[in-house]
Design a protein around this ligand. Structure first.
Ligand code: UDP
Length: 277
């Protein structure tokens, strides 16, 4: 083990499966609304996590892969807020959390996105893989107590899942070195970072060089609120038709209603005019 390796090696089965995945995976992107979105399925994303964890634990990966997701609101903000754009441009990978991005790719691309990777669903795929392969999660973000409750919920659903630490997401920037040291000390392979769009990308970039041995920093917005804060999710038909935003807006009209009222027309414009292979 070299100085960056992160605890015991995963099982032989996990290593073999990871090398299978590493051969199969291509992280090519397609331009959706002006953003480079990775063309992976949810299952391939799970395989990428496994293969990155094996690589990070072997010491071959010097810093984590930083992954975020885009929806219509992010597409709009990307074009209107230079600070957000600059952070998003420095991400290693962006996936399509929003169905409107998938629909736009179907309209304008010869090789559209295979599917939506809703982070709320992907967390469950990732947790199943983590339970099988001994991958360790750390949950950072949301109001005090919420990430810890989300961890309890996930441990209940996936007996044996190792969530090696949780922390709320309200802190001073000066606390960041200490927080990163705790994450390293915990032996986490994947840091789920749920601080909300914009802030979480900035913090992910600030952290990445302080997290050797960690395979992924995966932003996840308000995800912990779904699993630990009693925030419900839109019905399936709304998720599939690209209308999840309407459910969220109706639930929190003051905060999110305004957000979507402003960003939806902008997002539609960018999706219609800046989507291509
Ligand atoms: N949050 C946080 N620290 C902050 C600001 C926000 O941990 O300094 C959390 C907040 O409690 C919520 C999440 O970030 O859990 C933001 O949720 P939202 O639904 O706004 O994020 P989105 O999914 O739209 O990016």
């Amino acid at each position: 083990m070299n100085e960056h390796s992160n605890g015991p090696a995963p099982s032989i089965a996990a290593v073999l499966s990871a090398s299978d995945w590493a051969e199969k995976l291509s992280t090519e992107t397609v331009t959706i609304g002006g953003l480079p979105i990775v063309r992976l399925t949810r299952d391939e994303m799970r395989g990428l996590m496994l293969s990155d964890v094996v690589e990070a634990r072997s010491g071959a990966m010097m810093r984590p892969r930083v992954i975020t997701s885009a929806n219509g609101s992010i597409v709009a903000t990307y074009h209107s807020d230079p600070a957000v754009r600059s952070s998003i441009d420095r991400m290693d990978m962006i996936d399509a959390d929003g169905m409107p991005l998938v629909l736009a790719s179907r309209m304008f691309c010869k090789r559209p996105l295979p599917e939506r990777i809703a982070t709320t669903d992907f967390l469950l795929d990732a947790a199943a893989e983590a339970t099988r392969s001994g991958i360790r999660f750390y949950l950072l973000g949301a109001r005090p107590g919420v990430a810890a409750r989300a961890a309890e919920h996930l441990r209940y659903r996936f007996p044996g899942l190792q969530i090696v630490g949780t922390r709320h997401g309200f802190f001073e920037r000066s606390d960041l070195p200490k927080i990163c040291a705790k994450v390293i000390e915990s032996g986490a392979d994947v840091l789920w970072l749920g601080l909300g769009a914009g802030l979480q990308e900035t913090i992910a970039l600030e952290c990445r060089d302080r997290l050797p041995g960690v395979a992924w920093v995966r932003t996840c917005g308000g995800l912990f609120d779904h699993y630990g804060g009693g925030v419900s999710r839109a019905p399936g038909w709304m998720q599939r038709s690209g209308m999840e935003w309407a459910y969220r807006a109706a639930r929190e009209p003051l905060r999110l209603g305004w957000r979507y009222l402003i960003t939806n027309p902008q997002a539609a414009w960018h999706l219609l005019t800046k989507t291509h292979d």
